[in-house]
Design a protein around this ligand. Structure first.
Ligand code: SF4
Ligand code: SF4
Length: 97
């Protein structure tokens, strides 16, 4: 894990901490059972700007081939990624069980 960057006035992407739990890198058990809504990424709109990756509090978003992807086993459905995406490439949809 790279050093935390809060407080630095400018930084490069190389200094940004790696995500914490994408595909269970750090979490050990699935925690998404209580989620009522889930973020759905429109990959045609996604430009890979990494904002959702940076702001997801659970570190469950990764950028693969220039597009954001979500690990649904660990996404808690908080909606922060949808709020932070400036081009509205993420929509929250009701969970289907
Ligand atoms: S914030 Fe939106 S455009 Fe940027 S990587 Fe995430 S989904 Fe894609
Ligand atoms: S809904 Fe919350 S936990 Fe799930 S990917 Fe978005 S920011 Fe991360």
């Amino acid at each position: 894990m790279r050093p935390y960057i809060r407080g630095k006035k400018s930084f490069t992407f190389d200094e940004v901490p790696e995500n914490t739990s994408f595909e269970a890198g750090y979490l050990t058990s699935v925690n998404s059972g209580w989620r009522s809504v889930r973020p759905v990424i429109n990959s045609a709109k996604c430009v890979g700007c990494e904002q959702c990756y940076l702001y997801c509090p659970d570190g469950v978003i990764a950028i693969q081939d220039g597009k954001a992807v979500i690990d649904y086993d660990f996404c808690k459905g908080c909606g922060i990624c949808a709020k932070i995406c400036r081009i509205k490439a993420i929509e929250m949809e009701a969970e289907r069980k």
